[in-house]
Design a protein around this ligand. Structure first.
Ligand SMILES: [Zn+2]
Ligand SMILES: [Zn+2]
Length: 638
C-alpha cells in the first residue's frame, strides 16, 4: 500500500506502484495538466516513477521555479537533438542549466553561426510539436561504459558521476542522452524558447584541449514570459552602466589597473553630491567621522584575523623590512582609534563613520564595470555600545538606511536576518540577546524580513538590506552586523556604571556598501538620466543666435550664483543640433533663449522626458529648481 502525504498534510492511499502522475490526475485535471515532475521524499524524479509504501509527495508544476528548471533542462535536450539532426557529426559534451537559461557544449568541426539559429529553432519547434515522451532507461555503470565506449565525452561524464546506477533519457525513439533527470513528461511540455548565442569553450575549461562550441538558449513558460525577458535584456543593454559611463564621460577603466575605477569630473559631481548628502544625514544621526590609513602592518592583520581568514583577497607590500597589508576592511583601523583614549558608558553609543578606501582582490574573470571592482570606498561605520543599547541603535540604523535609500528613489526593499551558525564564537546568551534585539528592532519598524537560519557570520548575527531597481533586479546594499569577536581581539573596554571595565558591543554597518557599485546601480536604474540633485550638469542654456549670447551669459551667471550647475552653448550650430547634443547628454533641463526671452527676463525650458516646453521667469525657475534639489525630487515637472 502506498501511503502518500501531500505538502498540505493530506494523505492519499493507493496501491503500491501508483505514479505521481496518477495521483495528480486524482487530485484534479488542472494539476495533472500543469504537472512536470515530482518530489518524492525530497528527491526530484519523473512523474511516472512508481511510488511504494509511505512517501511524501510534492507535484512540481510549471508554476514552481524547480519546474521551470526542469523545463529548461528538457529544452537543452531538445536543442541537442535538433543540432544533432541538422549536423549528424555533432558530438555532445554536456548541457547544464544556468541562470534564466541553459547551454549545451558540442564538438563539431564546422562552426555554428547566429544565422543558423533560426534553423535550429525551427527543428526544435517540430520536436516540441511532435510531443514525444521522455523515456528513462537505467543501467549499471559497466553497461553504460560499454554503451558509450566510442564516446570520450560521455564516458568522461560517466566517470565523473557517482553511484552505480546510471540513466539515459530518450525523446521518442530518435534521440538519447546520458542524463540524471528528471525531465518533463514529453517534449510538448516545453514552453517558449530561443537560441541566444554561441561561444567557443574548452572541454572542462582546459585550454590544452580542443576548442568546442557552447550554444546558449533560454526557455520560459510562455511566449509572453519569453518576450518580457527579451525586452528586459534589451533594456538592461540600453542601461548598461559601462556603456553609459563612457557615453556620459563619468568614469573609465585602464589596463594599467584592472578593476580600479577612474572617476572623471562629471562622475565626481555625482560622487560628491552623494557624499555631501550622506554626511548631512550622518550628522543628523549623531555620527562622528574618522579616516584611517589604508596600509597597516602584518601584526595588526594577524590580530584582526584577516591575515588568517581573508588572505586570498588582500594585497600586500613590504618596506623597512616589515610586511604590510592594504586594508580590505576598515574595522581594525576603527578599533585603533577607539583605543587611543579611555571610554565610559556615558559616551555610549559611540557612532563612528568612515568613508574608507578598501582593496579586495577579485579574480579577473568576475570583474564587471563598477559592480565588481578591486578598490572601492565603503560607507562604513562602527557603533560601540552596551548590550541594552543594541535595540535602539539598530532602529536608528534602520531609519537612517531607509531615509538614504528613499532619497535615491528606491522604495522596494527586502530585508534578511541571518542567525547563529554552527561555527560561532561568543556565548549562547549574548547571541540570544543580540538576535532578539535585531528581531525586536525589525518588528518595531514593522518590517517584513526573511530569516536565514544559521547564516550569520561566526562573530555575530546580521541584517542585510536589498533594494529592487527598475528592472526588478535585487541588489544587496546595506548591512548591520553585530560583532562579539573584534572588541575582544583588540581588547576594547569601557568603564561601566559600576566602575568595572567591560567589553563594548561593536556594530558594523554600511548603507550603500560600495560607492562605486552604488553609482553603477544608480546609472542603470535611471538609464543615465540622473535626478536633478545628482545630475553632473543640471541646466544648459542654448542660444538661437549670437544676438542672445549676452543674455545667455547673464542667465548662466545668475544660476551659478545659486549653485545650479550649468553652462552655455554659444556655438554657431543650429538650435536643433544643440538640442540634440544636450538631449544625448541626458541633462534635466535646457533653456532655449532668443530675443523674446531676453526682453522678458525669461527662459523657454525643455524638460527631460517631456514634450511640452514651458516659459518661466529666470527667478521663478531658480526657485522651483532649488526646491527640487533640496527635496531630492525625482520628478522634473515644473
Ligand atoms: Zn537530461
Ligand atoms: Zn567593520
Amino acid at each position: 500500500m502506498a501511503i502518500i502525504t501531500l505538502p498540505d498534510g493530506a494523505i492519499i492511499e493507493d496501491a503500491d506502484g501508483v505514479t505521481a502522475k496518477q495521483i495528480a490526475e486524482k487530485i484534479g485535471p488542472g494539476l495533472a495538466k500543469a504537472a512536470l515532475a515530482a518530489k518524492i521524499n525530497d528527491q526530484l524524479v519523473d512523474l511516472d516513477i512508481p511510488i511504494k509504501g509511505a512517501a511524501a509527495l510534492q507535484i512540481i508544476t510549471t508554476k514552481d521555479d524547480l519546474g521551470l528548471d526542469i523545463m529548461r533542462h528538457s529544452c537543452a535536450h531538445i536543442m541537442a537533438e535538433a543540432i544533432c539532426s541538422l549536423w549528424p557529426s555533432t558530438k555532445l559534451v554536456y548541457g547544464p542549466i544556468v541562470y534564466e537559461g541553459f547551454y549545451y557544449v558540442i564538438d563539431l568541426d564546422e562552426p555554428i553561426r547566429p544565422t543558423d539559429f533560426d534553423r535550429i529553432e525551427e527543428k526544435m519547434s517540430q520536436i516540441v510539436k511532435a510531443d514525444k515522451p521522455f523515456i528513462r532507461k537505467e543501467m549499471s555503470r559497466a553497461e553504460a561504459l560499454k554503451k558509450l565506449a566510442n564516446d570520450k565525452y560521455k564516458t568522461d561524464n560517466v566517470n565523473r558521476a557517482t553511484g552505480d546506477c546510471l540513466s539515459f533519457y530518450s525523446s521518442g525513439d530518435s534521440f538519447e542522452d546520458l542524463c540524471r533527470g528528471p525531465h518533463v513528461p514529453s517534449t510538448g511540455k516545453v514552453g517558449a524558447f530561443k537560441i541566444m548565442s554561441v561561444a567557443g569553450a574548452y572541454w572542462h575549461g582546459d585550454p590544452t584541449q580542443k576548442m568546442l562550441h557552447r550554444v546558449y538558449g533560454c526557455c520560459w513558460r510562455t511566449k509572453k514570459e519569453l518576450d518580457d525577458y527579451l525586452t528586459r535584456l534589451e533594456e538592461a543593454k540600453r542601461r548598461d552602466h559601462r556603456v553609459l559611463g563612457r557615453q556620459l564621460d563619468l568614469f573609465s577603466f585602464s589596463d594599467a589597473g584592472p578593476g580600479f575605477a577612474f572617476m572623471h569630473p562629471k562622475g565626481m559631481i555625482i560622487w560628491n553630491s552623494i557624499v555631501e548628502f550622506w554626511r548631512g544625514v550622518h550628522d543628523r544621526y549623531d555620527y562622528e567621522e574618522i579616516k584611517t590609513p589604508i596600509i597597516l602592518n602584518k601584526e595588526l592583520w594577524h590580530k584582526s584575523g584577516h591575515w588568517d581568514h581573508y588572505k586570498e583577497n588582500m594585497y600586500f607590500t613590504r618596506f623597512d623590512d616589515t610586511d604590510y597589508a592594504i586594508k580590505p576592511m576598515n574595522c581594525p583601523g576603527g578599533c585603533l582609534v577607539y583605543k587611543t583614549k579611555k571610554h565610559s558608558y556615558r559616551e555610549f553609543p559611540l557612532r563612528v563613520a568612515e568613508l574608507g578606501m578598501v582593496h579586495r582582490h577579485e579574480a579577473s574573470g568576475v570583474m564587471h564595470g563598477l559592480f565588481r571592482v578591486r578598490q572601492f570606498i565603503q560607507d562604513d561605520a562602527h557603533i560601540f555600545c552596551t548590550p541594552e543599547q543594541i535595540e535602539p541603535e539598530i532602529i536608528g540604523v534602520i531609519n537612517l538606511v531607509f531615509e538614504i535609500y528613499k532619497a535615491f528613489g528606491f522604495s522596494d526593499f527586502h530585508v534578511e536576518l541571518s542567525t547563529k551558525p554552527e561555527n560561532h564564537i561568543g556565548s549562547d546568551e549574548i547571541w540570544e540577546i543580540a538576535t532578539n534585539a535585531l528581531k525586536v528592532a525589525l518588528n518595531h519598524k514593522k518590517i517584513d524580513y526573511e530569516i536565514n537560519e544559521g547564516d550569520g557570520a561566526f562573530y555575530g548575527p546580521k541584517i542585510d538590506f536589498h533594494i529592487k531597481d527598475c528592472l526588478n533586479r535585487s541588489w544587496q546594499l546595506g548591512t548591520i552586523q553585530l560583532d562579539f569577536s573584534m572588541p575582544e581581539r583588540f581588547e576594547l573596554v569601557y568603564t561601566d556604571k559600576d566602575n568595572t571595565e567591560k567589553t563594548p558591543v561593536m556594530i558594523h554597518r554600511a548603507v550603500l556598501g560600495s560607492f562605486e557599485r552604488f553609482i553603477g546601480i544608480l546609472i542603470e536604474h535611471y538609464a543615465g538620466e540622473m535626478p536633478l540633485w545628482l545630475a553632473p550638469e543640471q541646466v544648459r542654456i542654448l542660444t538661437i543666435s549670437e544676438k542672445s549670447n549676452d543674455y545667455a551669459n547673464a542667465v548662466e551667471k545668475k544660476l551659478k550664483e545659486h549653485k545650479i550647475r550649468c553652462s552655455c552653448d554659444l556655438s554657431d550650430e543650429k538650435i536643433g543640433a544643440k538640442i540634440a547634443v544636450t538631449h544625448a547628454e541626458k541633462l534635466p533641463y535646457m533653456f532655449v533663449v532668443g530675443p523674446k526671452e531676453a526682453q522678458s527676463d525669461s527662459v523657454n525650458v525643455r524638460i527631460r522626458g517631456q514634450q511640452q516646453t514651458k516659459t518661466l521667469k529666470v527667478d521663478e525657475f531658480i526657485e522651483l529648481a532649488l526646491r527640487k534639489i533640496a527635496d531630492k525630487q525625482i520628478d522634473l515637472v515644473l
